[in-house]
Each structure stands twice: as structure tokens, then as C-alpha cells.
Design a protein around this ligand. Structure first.
Ligand code: AGP
Length: 604
């Protein structure tokens, strides 16, 4: 993930841009750069590596200006280098970008066919050319910006400088965070309030699809249709400027909405979007004979989803066990296996102990963690990162989907290494996986259906979640989400298990949430649904449009964007999170800090 900043100011801008980038460096530090307007022209300074390299460059070759943009990069397209550092420029336009433009390749080809030359391997440079092309056609900057944005697919937060526009920085967000800051006769735009903290705490959080034009007097905000809109201005208390909720009522709600960004940045650590190859980050999966996953809670459900993929794609025997059981039962695990811990915090006591048990027996250890400085990350042989960003809500959401995304990528890499798929299939699967951030964003945007369902569930005493295949761990996760934040008893079951006991629980008072994409298992799950309906159960079916056509009239359906089975766990995770969140809000629960829980269980 990257950090971006834009300033239409009165004071010297270079130092201010760097100060902001220093606060955003946690988001990535492969390179950094700024661009500023000097005498109507745009001048740039860029440096590879940490921000201090840019500072050294500016000390030698300063930029004296008051309007500019800046960027600290976490490389996605194009290796870390000065050439690929932002700001990227084309003609009169300079752009900084956080996100991935999914359709940059065809757009680049179209622009090159029109005679435009590119200097970098980045996706971002395409945006600069698109805006510059519209300016050359005579459009004024904001109109040119809108035309360019309408051609983009994928996730982005952008800040744009236009040569000759002395009091203008434009910005836009879709799937990646962006805020506007209000100063005294000056305005700011940036990734989050933390980045604007040195200049203002008067923050406007933009909605997905919004684009803006800031000048010395203020800001014009437009929604995705181009309609001028207002967005609430909030005074962000300095203390929470470190991580703040923005327009959201709870961190959990914000983190649900952060998932496209989190998923895409996690995937950037595994998939090269140019070659569509998937990296295994140092592990040779052909050399291991067994994968043992250990984790707790939601992380263990991510591991269960990974197991379906490692076995079906890579033919790798995979076991998943909750760490608190694994560590006490003397498992028959020998060297030649890989022990993989999954943990958002990287500090969970039981998972750490299970890892240490394996390490003591000479078993290779890896950790899939969201905290690169955590104890687990420091103790294992291999670290697999997720880049979900700080997750404040106790109920894990973006960390979970980031874990599933990383595991899906690793299963593809393992399948390739073990000779189960060829390069073409690897590229195809990687392409499918790279679609996930957009489909997660679509699933989030489609949540209008939930309040009615949440009203019903909020009254229940017990709730059952059913799923088959990789949807079974999602059923477990949905039940955990509901019970940990709304305190309603819920259980997740393999749909095929219903007849072996749990169906005795079914009555008119028990909502049954069935998670079933229209895949090869749909018909089987549909039969289970009929068994429940026949006994008076109230079914909520989470499915795609195809599946919904087979739903009985008595069933409430929640329709999820249609997607490839490979990424169904990622897309279908959204409704089970949103249902739990909406129910907890209806019940007035302490959503972000539910009773008895802590974000990281560092005690046994
Ligand atoms: C998930 O919503 C819970 N907060 C909990 O199950 C959590 O996933 C579990 O404690 C594991 O935490 P970790 O990922 O930090 O190891």
C-alpha cells in the first residue's frame, strides 16, 4: 500500500510534503517522490528506497514552491526504482497513486498506439496520460479528470497536479482511502488523517467514487456521477489521528470497507501483475510432504479455506488444527513438513507455542502475519505477509480476507512448483485472483439488503450457519462473527452434517443462514435447505444471481456478485461480516470492543 499527499498551500511545500510522507511511510517505502509547481511548470524529485533518500536529494537540489504532491511507494507494478517512483508524469500532468489500475495494459496499448511514450512500468503512468490527453483535447482540468476516471477499472486513490494551474490539486478515491484537510487559506488531500496531522485536524472523508478539486479557498467534491456533493467535515481529535474511523461509526465498519484495498495490497506481495506469476516467497512447496496449519479463531477458518486450495490445486496434504489443541497432543509431525502459523497479530500465545513446538523438533516454520515486527515473524524461517493495515476492531474482517487472499496465492504457487499446473494455468488463476478486490468492493456496495435480515436475526436466540466445501469454514466464521459482537448464540456446520443431529435445533425461531455459490455443490446444499424449510426453519440464502433463481419463495436471498469458485470465499465473506455488524449495531453492542474479548490473545 502507498501513501499520498497533496497541498495547495502558502508555506514552502517540500518540507511539508516530506513531513506528511514520513507519517505515511508505514504504508510502504520502496521509493518516494514529490512534484511541485514552480513558475507554472512542474518539477519533480524522486528517490529509490526510504524517505531519507528523498530528503537527501532535496537537500542537494531543493524545490521552492507552495503547491505540490508527494508519494511513498509500496511497489505493485514495476520494480522499486526512480523510473517507477511516483509522481508519474505525462505532458502537463503529474500523478501520485495508491491502488492498482486493473485495466492499465489495454489503456497503455491504446495510448501508445496514439503515439504516446511511456517512461515507466507502472500502471499509474496511464492515468497521467489519460488526463493529459483530455487536456490536449481542450477540456478544463476537472472535466478532463472525470473523463479519465471513467475509463479506469480497479482501485485507486489519486492526487493530481496540472502544469499552469497554480491553485489546484485534484484527487479521487475508489477502493483506496483518501481524505481532504481544511486549513487557513490552504487545503490538503491525503491517504488518511494521520498524513495530514501536521497541517490540520479538520478532515473530510471522501466516499468511494468521489473526486475533488482543492484550491486555496476550499474544495469542490463530486460523486461518481459527477454530481457536486457535500461530505461531512469532522474535527479529528489528535489522539486518534494515528488510526481513525473517518465517516464510519465503528472501526469494524471501516475495516469491512477497507477490504478491497487490503486484499489488493496483500496480493501485490505475491502476484506480479505483468507476468501474472505467483511468488512463494522462498518456500519450495515441491520439497515439503505435508503442510500443517496452526491458528486460532478466525485465523483458523482462513487456514481451513487454504486447506481446500492447497489440496485441490497443489495436491499437498494439508491439516489445520487450532493451536491450543495441537500443542498438547504430541502430533506425529516430522521434518519434511512445513508448519504454517496464521495470525493477524503474530502474538497469539497458543499459536506461538505451537510454532515453537514445531521449531524444537526441526520442522520448518512459516507465519502468515499482518504484523511484520511481531514475535512470530521474528521467530519463523519464512514470513508470508498480509498487508491489511492496522486492524483495530476486535472482530477480524480485513485481516481474515487478506489471509485468505494470501493463502489462495500460495496455493497457486505451490501447484506450479509441484507441477500440477503449467504457466498458462498459473497466469489464468492469478488473473482470477486479481479480480477479487473489485468483486469485494462490489459486494460491499450491494449491502442494501441487510437491514431487513439483520432485524430478523437480532431477535433470535440461536442461529445456524451452513456451508459446503470452502463455504463450510465461512459458516464457522459467520457464526463466530455474530456471536462475538452481538452475543447471540450461533453455530457453523457443514451442510451435510445437518441430518446427523443439528437439524433437531430447527424450528420457526431459528434463522438458518445458508452460504452457497451456484457451484458444483449448490444442488446438495439446496437439498439441505429444503430439509430445513420442511421443518419450519427460516432460511437466509447467501448466493449469486444464478443461485437465487433456484431459491424457494419462502427463502430470503442475499445476492453476491458472481465469481469464480477460486475467490468465492473472499467475496462471500462480505455478507457474513455485514450481517454480524448490522445485528450488533441493532442490539446496541460495543462493536469494536465486545465484552470479554481482546484484539490479541497473548495469554494462554
Ligand atoms: C476474530 O474475529 C477474533 N478476534 C479471534 O478469533 C482472532 O481471530 C483470534 O484470536 C486469532 O488472533 P490472531 O489472528 O491475532 O492470532
Amino acid at each position: 500500500m502507498c501513501g499520498i499527499i497533496g497541498i495547495v498551500g502558502k508555506a514552502p511545500v517540500s518540507e511539508r510534503l516530506v513531513e506528511s510522507l514520513r507519517r505515511l511511510e508505514y504504508r510502504g517505502y520502496d521509493s518516494a517522490g514529490i512534484a511541485a509547481l514552480i513558475g507554472g511548470r512542474i518539477e519533480r524529485r524522486r528517490a529509490e528506497g526510504k524517505l531519507r533518500n528523498l530528503e537527501a536529494l532535496l537537500a542537494e537540489d531543493p524545490l521552492e514552491a507552495t503547491v505540490g504532491i508527494g508519494h511513498t511507494r509500496w511497489a505493485t507494478h514495476g520494480a522499486p526504482s526512480v523510473r517507477n517512483a511516483h509522481p508519474q508524469m505525462a505532458g502537463r500532468v503529474a500523478v501520485v497513486h495508491n491502488g492498482i489500475i486493473e485495466n492499465f495494459a489495454p489503456l497503455k496499448a491504446q495510448l501508445q498506439a496514439q503515439g504516446r511514450h511511456f517512461e515507466s512500468d507502472t500502471d499509474t503512468e496511464v492515468v497521467a496520460h489519460l488526463i493529459d490527453r483530455e487536456l490536449a483535447r481542450g477540456l478544463e482540468p476537472v472535466a478532463a479528470f472525470k473523463v479519465a476516471l471513467d475509463q479506469l477499472s480497479g482501485a485507486y486513490a489519486l492526487a493530481v497536479l496540472v502544469q499552469g494551474e497554480e491553485s489546484l490539486v485534484m484527487g479521487a478515491r475508489r477502493g483506496s482511502p483518501l481524505v481532504v484537510g481544511e486549513g487557513q487559506g490552504e487545503m490538503f488531500i491525503g491517504t488518511d488523517a494521520l498524513g495530514l496531522g501536521p497541517f490540520t485536524n479538520r478532515i473530510i472523508h471522501l466516499d468511494d467514487g468521489d473526486f475533488v478539486a482543492i484550491n486555496h479557498e476550499g474544495v469542490r467534491i463530486f460523486d461518481r456521477s459527477g454530481q457536486k456533493v457535500d461530505r461531512a467535515l469532522r474535527v479529528v481529535p489528535a489522539a486518534s489521528a494515528l488510526v481513525e474511523k473517518g465517516n464510519y461509526r465503528h472501526f469494524m465498519e471501516k475495516e469491512i470497507h477497507d477490504q478491497p484495498d487490503a486484499c489488493q495490497h496483500t496480493l501485490s506481495a505475491y502476484i506480479d501483475p505483468i507476468s501474472n506469476t505467483v511468488a512463494s516467497r522462498g518456500v519450495d512447496f515441491a520439497a515439503i510432504d505435508r503442510l500443517q496449519i496452526v491458528a486460532c479463531g478466525t485465523a483458523s477458518y482462513a487456514g481451513m479455506i487454504g486447506r481446500y486450495l492447497f489440496e485441490s490445486l497443489a495436491g499437498l496434504q494439508t491439516d489445520v488444527e487450532i493451536a491450543s489443541e495441537f500443542r498438547y497432543r504430541e502430533p506425529a509431525l516430522r521434518p519434511g513438513a512445513l508448519a504454517l502459523a496464521i495470525s493477524q497479530s503474530g502474538e497469539t500465545a497458543d499459536t506461538l507455542a505451537a510454532l515453537r513446538w514445531c521449531k524444537e523438533r526441526g520442522i520448518m516454520t512459516a507465519a502468515l502475519v499482518n504484523s511484520p515486527e511481531s514475535t512470530m515473524a521474528r521467530e519463523v524461517d519464512v514470513v508470508f505477509p498480509t498487508h491489511a493495515g492496522p486492524e483495530i476492531g476486535v472482530a477480524s474482517t480485513k485481516a481474515f480476507t487478506s489471509q485468505v487472499a494470501a493463502l489462495t496465492a500460495l496455493a497457486i504457487a505451490a501447484a506450479r512448483q509441484r507441477g500440477r499446473i503449467d504457466a498458462d494455468e498459473e497466469a489464468r488463476l492469478a488473473g482470477v485472483l486479481l479480480e477479487a478486490p473489485r468483486l469485494i468492493a462490489d459486494a460491499i456496495l450491494d449491502d442494501g439488503w441487510i437491514p431487513a435480515i439483520a432485524q430478523d436475526i437480532a431477535k433470535a436466540r440461536d442461529v445456524l450457519y451452513l456451508g459446503r466445501g470452502a463455504m463450510f469454514p465461512l459458516a464457522l466464521e459467520g457464526a463466530l462473527k455474530l456471536k462475538e459482537i452481538s452475543y447471540i448464540h450461533a453455530e457453523g456446520y457443514a451442510a451435510g452434517e445437518l441430518k446427523h443431529g443439528p437439524i433437531a435445533l430447527v424450528d420457526e425461531a431459528t434463522p438458518i443462514i445458508v452460504i452457497a455459490p451456484s457451484d458444483a455443490l449448490f444442488d446438495k446444499t439446496s437439498s439441505n435447505m429444503s430439509e430445513v424449510i420442511a421443518r419450519g426453519g427460516r432460511v437466509v440464502l447467501i448466493t449469486d444471481a444464478q443461485g437465487a433463481t433456484h431459491a424457494p419463495d419462502s427463502v430470503k436471498t442475499v445476492i453476491v456478485p458472481a465469481c469464480d469458485p477460486l475467490i468465492a470465499p473472499l467475496v462471500f465473506a462480505v455478507p457474513i461480516q455485514v450481517i454480524a455488524y448490522q445485528v450488533a449495531v441493532l442490539k446496541g453492542a460495543d462493536v469494536d470492543q465486545p465484552r470479554n474479548l481482546a484484539k490479541s490473545v497473548t495469554v494462554e
